[in-house]
Write a protein that binds this ligand. Structure first.
Ligand code: ATP
Ligand code: MG
Length: 229
């Protein structure tokens, strides 16, 4: 599903170079729920960005379902991302003037589909994340946990091969966070492949596998539950 081969990422900072990731070789299988842990600065977000095509490796290779994510044009990356990858961020990144249903449908609207065609699927996804009664609400009429549910529904609209989440509850209280983890877990139980970055060991334990990064490289890789390969 996602494969990194000797992937590395250097950032240039003035005259200095920062090796944010070094020699990462990792295979994420279909149906897995992978948690990525590690201290601040260990390269977690950088790794997730390489998996999602948000950034390119400076060394090595990254594949999504056998398709290279490295060395392709920005245009190709954008299309691949919109159609095959769902991304969820710490700050939900919803558009304030759009309703929940419009926010969820946005990736398909950007692909040129009319809202009349997108709306039924957007509303079905909102129902799936427990927001059947909130489809016409704007983000400022929703709680933090509800906004993150909308963001998760939006990430799923194109039926992505993988859902990538970077500290999805970094902005939420512990009770609301647990609800989000349970939602991710239930999506994974329905077959959705998920990669989640988190600081919190309790959150990481919702995954079926935990990879811990240290200084830009995997230091530990443990499997918890069973999953299809
Ligand atoms: N665009 C950039 N330019 C320069 N350096 C960067 C850039 N992005 C990340 N870095 C550096 O790369 C290293 C890894 O950053 P990254 O954001 O992946 O860490 P992280 O594990 O996600 O940390 P956190 O838990 O704080 O979010 C850090 O030292 C960071 O300063
Ligand atoms: Mg980060």
């Amino acid at each position: 599903m996602i494969e990194l081969r000797h992937a590395g990422k250097k950032f240039r900072q003035g005259t200095r170079q920062i090796q944010a990731l070094r020699d990462v070789t990792l295979v994420i299988k279909k149906g897995e729920f992978l948690s990525i842990m590690g201290p601040s600065g260990s390269g977690k977000s950088t790794l997730l960005n390489l998996m999602g095509g948000l950034d390119q490796p400076t060394e090595g290779e990254v594949f999504l379902d056998g398709r290279p994510l490295h060395g392709i044009t920005d245009n190709e990356v954008t299309l691949l991302r919109r159609r095959h990858i769902g991304y969820v961020f710490q700050f939900f990144n919803l558009l304030p003037l759009l309703t929940a249903a419009e926010n969820v449908g946005l990736p398909l609207l950007l692909d040129g589909l009319p809202f009349s065609q997108v709306k039924p699927r957007a509303c079905a996804l909102l129902r799936q994340v427990g927001l059947a009664e909130r489809t016409e609400h704007r983000p400022d009429q929703l709680s933090g946990g509800e906004m993150q549910r909308v963001a998760i529904a939006r990430a799923l609209i194109a039926n992505p091969a993988v859902l990538l989440a970077d500290e999805p509850t970094g902005n939420l209280d512990s009770h609301t966070s647990e609800e989000i983890f349970l939602l991710l877990k239930s999506l994974n139980n329905q077959g959705q492949t998920i990669v989640m970055v988190t600081h919190d060991p309790k959150a990481a334990a919702y995954g079926s596998r935990i990879v811990t990064l240290k200084d830009g490289a995997p230091a530990q890789d443990i499997s918890i539950g069973e999953h299809e390969s």
